[in-house]
Design a protein around this ligand. Structure first.
Ligand code: B12
Ligand code: SF4
Length: 455
């Protein structure tokens, strides 16, 4: 039986870095939705493949429709794989964050682009394949059609409404992934096996650096029963001991989170989980309930140690006092705490950056991540620096010593790297030395002074 749809995740793990790797959820959601409608679907997850193997599989599969995901770091690879798919398939479609934001960037290499959530749109495209609806694809909302499919002109078929009831979607088709590969990767690198899931879609906030047109501003969440049921599937059918909630905004409604925690406890699901949270939506009651339900780590986007930077520049709508309170509430409940910081946001001064370094290294954090600003196209940050962009190279790694400035900054990369290094070192030393850290105070003051003098 011919494959109706082959969904490709064009990311190749380099085999060196020790970062999280997950079976991609977006294409798994599309796969299960489309499969329920009677289509034969396969997934080509390139994470642990080599390039040649992936190209051969695309050719061998000869699927009628090939759909390729793309985020910023995958644009080039997605287009290259599309060229192979076009030789053997009737329709090659792009989807995911980048095609949704920049359809025209993909329309030469692809026949069509799906904008936004893909489940229903892809199913309708398959329905339209045999010309059951006329004009062939013109009635399928949420699609950009390349000119060669549409009499010489690009056509947008109109916006696809968001899926209102997330419970109406089937669970992602995890059976189409090789879990042994992922689990051994995790066990070898971290000592446990973890995978991702999502409990909600959308976020009503508008932080200046954050990119999220796929799910929009309307927050939608799944019922506690469905979330708990999927957690059980991950734990007992697939054998993962940990779950990472990849939601943009896992905690939006206190009532909903408390209900979810009750449901997990009621079912006695023996799985540990972690999530991201805003500090203003987190409190002691949520922390205690989450701990009881198996949450072992929460990661906050603290971003800066200065209220002006947080609000006037980053539009984060939180305060440093809220950050401190949220970290304290999580620690008191016995939950490990991680935090993200950004150093050198456009408009910052040496003083505000030192406040961030001080906050980052003085809080009792168990996990710590600090980065320089990366302007994702489509964000407020990008709009402010777009005239100063020096490179659009997103495929190379951007962490540790590989951090690089994509735009002309008021400060040098050396200064920003020094700041990140200083924050990390102070954080590590404080954790190790505890009260004895006071002995290193002169060193901290000296490096503050040095940082201020750097340009
Ligand atoms: C998990 C995750 C990762 C994982 C990898 C992905 C994986 N294997 O799952 C890891 C941690 C490795 C990762 C890394 C990075 N990530 Co990331 N990641 C995410 C995250 C948090 C969740 C993805 C997810 O599971 N979503 C849930 C599913 C259901 O949604 P979805 O994927 O969007 O899919 C829907 C639609 O997009 C569409 N769709 C998706 N695929 C397809 C395919 C076709 C053919 C069609 C038609 C439709 C379609 O339909 C789906 C269902 O409705 C998202 C944020 C988010 N909440 O989405 C960021 C996100 C995708 N990441 C992002 C970025 C920037 C990165 C990095 C570049 C960060 C960095 N600076 O290093 C790296 C790049 C890694 C690399 N080397 O390529 C950005 C992308 C922005 C952009 N414009 O491209 C996002 C949106 C976060 C953000 N808001 O900034 N990431
Ligand atoms: S950073 Fe978090 S809270 Fe802010 S817009 Fe993005 S997802 Fe929403």
């Amino acid at each position: 039986m011919t494959t109706d749809l082959l969904l490709v995740f064009p990311y190749f793990y380099d085999g060196r870095s020790k970062h999280w790797q997950f079976p991609p959820l977006g294409i798994a959601y599309i796969a299960s939705y489309v499969r329920e409608r009677g289509y034969k679907v396969r997934i080509l997850d390139c994470t642990f493949l080599d390039r040649k193997e992936a190209e051969e599989r695309i050719r061998r599969e000869r699927a009628r429709v090939v759909g390729i995901y793309s985020m910023l770091s995958m644009v080039r690879t997605a287009k290259e794989l599309a060229a192979h798919a076009r030789e053997v398939s009737e329709l090659v479609v792009a989807g995911g964050p980048m095609p949704s934001a920049y359809p025209s960037m993909f329309l030469g290499a692809f026949d069509a682009v799906v904008q936004g959530e893909g489940e229903i749109t892809v199913a309708e495209l398959l329905d339209a394949m045999d010309g059951r609806s006329e004009p062939k694809f013109g009635r399928v909302k949420g699609v950009w059609l390349a000119s060669h499919l549409n009499g010489g002109k690009i056509e947008h078929t109109g916006p696809r409404p968001l899926v209102r009831d997330l419970d109406s979607l089937p669970f992602p088709a995890r059976d189409l992934y090789d879990h042994q590969l992922y689990q051994s990767y995790y066990r070898n690198n971290f000592g446990y096996a973890m995978t991702s899931m999502i409990a909600s879609r959308g976020c009503p906030f508008s932080c200046d650096f954050c990119w999220r047109p796929d799910y929009g501003m309307i927050y939608r969440y799944r019922s506690p029963e469905k979330i708990a049921e999927e957690m059980e599937e991950i734990r007992y059918r697939w054998g993962y001991e940990r779950i990472w909630f990849a939601d943009e905004l896992f905690i939006a409604s206190k009532k909903h989170v408390l209900k979810l925690c009750d449901e997990i406890v009621k079912r006695g699901i023996d799985v540990k989980w972690e999530c991201l949270s805003r500090v203003d939506l987190f409190d002691a009651e949520i922390a205690r309930a989450m701990k009881r339900a198996g949450c072992y780590k929460v990661i906050f986007g603290l971003e800066s140690g200065d209220d002006y930077v947080l609000n006037a520049l980053m539009k984060k709508r939180i305060t440093v006092a809220q950050s401190k309170a949220a970290v304290a509430a999580a620690k008191r409940a016995g939950i490990k705490v991680g935090a993200f910081f950004i150093l050198g946001y456009p408009g910052e001064t040496s003083e505000t950056m030192l406040k961030t370094i001080k906050l980052a290294s003085s809080l009792p954090l168990d996990y710590f991540s600090i980065t320089i600003p990366y302007p994702l196209p489509g964000t407020g940050l990008y709009e402010r620096v777009k005239d100063r962009m020096e490179t659009f190279e997103w495929e190379k790694p951007m962490h540790g010593w590989d951090h690089r400035l994509l735009f002309r900054h008021d400060f040098s990369l050396e200064k920003l790297r020094y700041g990140m290094w200083k924050a990390r070192l102070q954080w590590k030393l404080r954790r190790k030395l505890r009260p004895l850290y006071i002995l290193l105070k002169p060193y901290e003051l000296y490096t503050d002074w040095r940082f201020k003098r750097m340009v």
